[in-house]
Structures are given as structure tokens and as C-alpha cells.
Ligand binder design. Structure first.
Ligand code: ADP
Length: 581
């Protein structure tokens, strides 16, 4: 992945990073924070009023003297529930909205970056788990912290009026439990995750070996050893997890201890000052309750460490520049029919590496079919990537109806120049929906026509349009998969059809049948076909042979089989295999 120049600077400013998805939600956030704070204040008021009422009642005053306190207790008790409900509603509303915005932005950042396979295996977990972190940041860290701060300020203020010395003790206790402990758990969580991550990765790798290598392990009787190795990795991780849980539990217990000590200290100070029973009870109970929103902050501190790491990972993805830059002002999209001219194209995948394409030129006029052949690594797929704008080029140019491709919006280009990708994917969806991916508006007739042209009719009739394909669904053979992908490409009907190794990984007979149908159906269509099989290429207008990124031969099939070189060698060996096989 391209190194992320922004990540280190952003690393130190976690809250600001979450500010992005919250833009325009200030009102909702404020409502949630206010409702949360109000709920905590009501709880504090409830205890203060109740403490006052009970201790005062013990002095047996006339009932009228208690009536205000009775009303206050009822009002605080009811309003606490209402405020808590409001906080949950508003808090989750804003958190879920922020999460949705984060996901949307992440997808937007990924789309122009081309194939996802080059972006690391953890991308999926980033997209799912890390975006949950935005929700946790708000609901489990930010809003509770606001409510806890408001409660602490209110409790200390009340204590100042009753006995300033007690207020000092309370302030000290609240600072330890609400600031020091959460900061310590956040730091500890960061350290623990650095220690746990390799242990977790080790276990995942061992289990993956067990699952994917089960047949080989069984064949060579190495199962016991592999099982023991993964059990050991599991035990190591469990031991670390146990130690972490003990440390966390200790931090939480420490909070409760601080709470107890603070209340005891306040009672002691109040008794010494001799302020009387009622204020002492009010002080002690208020102090006790003021810790309630403070104590969970230790756990929030731990989560905060995870949240900031998740947000940093998301930021890294978003900060990765797209592989091809958008033009400042995009030229008008080209109108069909398209003529594509590739001139002296040089593509280098990374600085300092050999060019994957080195001075390649070709012209695709409307209706012309060009095949690109060559050994693996010759640069064939790179040429298609350059045309689809999923790879940029270093020099040379690609002109579409005379307009430089760089002046066009990459989306406009991909809409017109696209087709069958190298590893077509079957989604876990119905056969119909798997096709509609390429033409969401297509009606039944258009779908049937595409299926017919890809020679998939019999299979579709047997399988049924509504059969679920993909993972856990009906298995699709290699040949059917390629034909399905071809049907998709035909349904999309791009101005320039790109076909990347359609016969890849198919056996000889299936590959030949597919190539024959494919060449039949592309007749009269502007097509660029990348293939390692030469069978059937007699019908295309031009064949370009690439080796090490350079064009080494070009011409019609008849010319190429008459000339010594890669094309003639492969052609002969294919013919030999066909005869002997
Ligand atoms: P072909 O399709 O002919 O097999 P490719 O176009 O896939 O060849 O690859 C040409 C060269 O570029 C190879 O050396 C390959 O390793 C390299 N290459 C292809 N794609 C990438 C990429 N995304 N990043 C870095 N190198 C790449």
C-alpha cells in the first residue's frame, strides 16, 4: 500500500479525526450530551434530596417541612428515566448516523483505488469492525465523559456550599477515578494490544494451516504436531488474555476503592467540622452517587485506546491517494463509437521497478478486435488496467476519440471501457441478481438475451433464475463462471469490451469452446482480448505479442504463425497438445 504521509500527524489527534463524520450533527450531539448530563444530575439530585429528606424526617419535623423534598424526590426520579431514555435515543441516533457516514466515505475512498486485492487482507475487518469504533467513541467514550464531567462539577459545587474542605476531598477522589484511572487504562490497553496482536495472529495462522492444509497433514501424518502447535498458540493467547483481564479488573476495583475512601474521608471531615447530621448525610450520599458516572470511565479509557487505533486505520485508507488523479475539470464524456489510441505507453507499478509496459502502442477503431498475448508477467493485464484507469501511466498517452484519457473523469472512462475481469466473482445472490450487477435496469428479455449469447441457456434453465449462487449456494463450475462473467459483460454492453484471460484455469476442451463462442459473440464489437490461448485467434483483426512489457510481434494470425517467435512456438505446442490429448 502507498505509505500514508498523513497518518503520523493525525495519530496524535484522535478526537479531531472523528470530527469529520460528525459534521452537521452538532445539534443532535448536543441534545444527546445534554440529556445524558441531565440524567446524571437528576440521579444526583434524587440522592441529595432523598438523603436530606430521610435524615430530616428522623428529627420528626411537621410534614409540611418535608413537602418540597417529597416533590423533588418524585420529580428527580421521574425525570431521570425520561432523560436517560432521551440520551440513549439521541446518542445512538447520532452514533449510527456518524457510523453510516464513515462507511460511506470509506467506500468512496476505495472505489477509485481499483482492485482491492492489493490492499491487504485486513481490509474487510477494517470496513466492518473499525467503523464500529466511531459508534463506540460517541456512545461509550465521549457522551459518558461529558455526563461524568457535568455530574462531578455539580457534586463539587454542592459540596463547596456545604463544606469547602469536603469539596476538596471529593474533587481529589473524582480526579483520581475520572482522570488518572482512565488514562492509565488507556495506556495499558495500548500496551496490551501490542502484546496480544502477534499472539492472536499466530493462533489465526496456525488454525488457517490446520483448516487449509488438513488433507496434506492427514496424508503425511503430521496432524498431531500441527494440532499441538495451534493448541500451544491458543494457550499462549489465553494466558495473555487472563493477565490482561486481571489488570483490568484491578483497575475497576481501584475505582471502587477510591470511591469508598473518598466518602469515608468526607464523613471524617464533616464530623470534625461538626456541620450536623443532615448536611453530613447529604454530602456523603451525594459523593457516593457522583462516582457512578465516573467509575465506568476506566473501562471507557480502555475502549478509547482501541477506538483511536481503529480510527487511525480508517484514516490511513482514506488518506491513500487514488491511483489515478481526477482531472481538475473533466472533459465531456466521449460519445460512441469510440476510437482508442494507445501511444508509446509506459507503466511502472512502483518507482525503481522495471516498467510493466514499455512503449506500447495500439489502436482500437470501432468494431475492431485486437488480441494481446504473451507469457505470464508480460504486462497484458497492466494494459487493461491502464485502459480502465485502475493503473496510471508514466509516459505516452491514451486518446479516446482524440481526448487524452487523463482529461476525462475515470468513472466516465470505466463506464465505456470495461468488461470481463481476471477473477470474476459470484456473489451470494440469485443468478438473476448476479447478472443484474452489470445492468440493474435490465428487463427479463435483456437478461435472457445476454444469457443466450454467452451460451448459458441450458444451465440457466436447469438451475433456475432464482437459485442462490456463491458461497454456501449452488456451486458454479469454472466454465459456467466465465460464461456468467461474459453474460455480465454483454449485458453492460460497453463501447469497448475488455476481456481478461477468459479461458484462464479452464481445461482444454472447455477453454476452446468458450473462446469459440466468445469470438463469435464479439464479432463487430470493439474488443481488446487478453489471452494465453491462441486457439481461435485467426478471426481477430490484430494480434499483439508482449514480452517484458514490450511489443515483440504484431500482425494477423497467418503472419505470426509464419514467423519464428513466441506466437508460433505456443501455437505449435497447443496444436500438438490438441492432437495428442
Ligand atoms: P500479465 O497479465 O501479462 O501476466 P501483468 O500485467 O499482470 O502481466 O504484470 C506485469 C508486471 O507488473 C509483472 O512483473 C507484475 O509482477 C507487475 N505487476 C502487475 N500488477 C502489479 C501491481 N498492482 N503492483 C505491482 N506490480 C504489479
Amino acid at each position: 500500500m502507498t505509505p500514508d504521509p498523513l497518518a503520523p500527524q493525525i495519530g496524535g489527534r484522535p478526537i479531531r479525526r472523528a470530527g469529520g463524520p460528525l459534521r452537521g450533527m452538532g445539534g443532535r450531539l448536543l441534545t444527546a450530551a445534554a440529556a445524558g448530563a441531565a440524567a446524571e444530575l437528576a440521579a444526583l439530585g434524587l440522592i441529595a434530596a432523598a438523603a436530606w429528606m430521610i435524615t430530616r424526617a428522623a428529627e420528626q419535623p411537621p410534614l409540611a417541612a418535608l413537602s418540597v423534598a417529597i416533590v423533588a424526590v418524585r420529580a428527580f426520579a421521574t425525570s431521570r428515566g425520561v432523560f436517560r431514555y432521551g440520551e440513549r435515543l439521541a446518542g445512538h441516533d447520532v452514533a449510527l448516523r456518524a457510523q453510516a457516514t464513515t462507511r460511506e466515505r470509506l467506500y468512496e475512498a476505495l472505489i477509485p483505488s481499483g482492485p482491492l486485492s492489493h490492499r491487504g487482507a485486513d481490509l474487510l475487518s477494517r470496513m466492518v469492525d473499525d467503523t464500529d469504533a466511531v459508534q463506540d467513541l460517541l456512545v461509550r467514550c465521549l457522551l459518558p465523559a461529558v455526563a461524568a464531567t457535568v455530574t462531578a462539577v455539580a457534586a463539587v459545587t454542592l459540596a463547596v456550599f456545604l463544606l469547602p474542605a469536603a469539596a476538596l476531598v471529593l474533587l481529589a477522589g473524582l480526579l483520581v477515578a475520572g482522570l488518572l484511572l482512565p488514562a492509565a487504562t488507556a495506556v495499558a490497553a495500548r500496551r496490551w494490544s501490542a502484546r496480544l496482536a502477534p499472539a492472536r495472529a499466530e493462533l489465526a495462522a496456525r488454525v488457517a494451516d490446520l483448516v487449509h492444509g488438513a488433507a496434506d497433514l492427514a496424508a503425511y501424518g503430521a496432524g498431531e504436531q500441527a494440532l499441538a502447535a495451534s493448541a500451544e498458540a491458543g494457550a499462549r493467547l489465553a494466558a495473555l488474555e487472563r493477565r490482561r483481564s486481571r489488570a483490568n479488573a484491578a483497575a475497576l476495583a481501584l475505582g471502587t476503592l477510591v470511591q469508598g475512601l473518598t466518602v469515608a474521608g468526607i464523613v471524617l471531615v464533616a464530623l470534625r467540622a461538626g456541620i450536623g447530621q443532615v448536611p453530613t448525610a447529604v454530602l456523603a450520599l451525594t459523593a457516593l452517587v457522583s462516582f457512578e458516572p465516573i467509575l465506568p470511565l476506566a473501562a471507557a479509557g480502555e475502549r478509547f485506546a482501541g477506538v483511536t487505533a481503529a480510527l487511525r486505520r480508517l484514516r490511513e485508507i482514506r488518506a491513500t491517494p487514488p491511483v489515478v488523479p481526477e482531472p481538475a475539470v473533466a472533459a465531456a464524456p466521449p460519445e460512441a463509437p469510440l476510437t482508442v489510441q494507445v501511444r508509446d505507453l509506459v507503466v511502472r507499478h512502483a518507482a525503481g521497478r522495471a516498467a510493466a509496459l514499455d512503449g506500447v502502442s495500439l489502436t482500437l477503431t470501432p468494431g475492431r478486435r485486437v488480441a494481446v498475448v504473451g507469457p505470464s508477467g508480460a504486462g497484458k493485464s497492466t494494459l487493461l488496467s491502464a485502459l480502465m484507469r485502475t493503473a496510471d501511466f508514466e509516459s505516452g498517452d491514451i486518446l479516446i476519440n482524440g481526448t487524452a484519457i487523463g482529461d476525462l473523469s475515470p468513472d466516465d472512462v470505466r463506464e465505456r471501457i470495461t468488461g470481463l475481469t481476471q477473477d470474476p466473482y459470484v456473489f451470494r445472490a440469485s443468478l438473476r441478481d448476479n447478472l443484474r450487477l452489470a445492468g440493474p435496469e435490465a428487463d427479463e428479455e435483456e437478461l435472457a438475451r445476454a444469457v443466450h449469447r454467452a451460451r448459458l441457456d441450458t444451465w440457466v434453465e436447469r438451475t433456475g433464475w432464482d437459485a442462490t449462487l456463491g458461497e454456501d449456494g449452488r456451486t458454479v463450475s469454472g466454465g459456467q463462471l466465465q460464461r456468467l462473467a461474459l453474460a455480465r459483460a454483454l449485458l453492460r454492453d460497453p463501447d469497448v469490451l475488455l476481456l481478461d484471460e477468459p479461458a484462464e484455469s479452464l481445461d482444454g476442451a472447455t477453454a476452446d469452446a468458450l473462446m469459440a463462442d466468445l469470438l463469435d459473440v464479439t464479432h463487430g464489437r470493439t474488443t481488446l482480448l487478453v489471452t494465453h490461448r491462441l486457439h481461435g485467434l485467426e478471426g481477430v483483426d490484430e494480434i499483439i505479442v508482449l514480452e517484458d512489457g514490450r511489443v515483440v510481434q504484431r500482425g494477423h494470425h497467418d503472419e505470426l504463425v509464419a514467423t519464428p517467435g513466441y506466437y508460433r512456438d505456443v501455437w505449435r505446442s497447443e496444436a500438438l497438445t490438441a492432437r495428442t490429448g
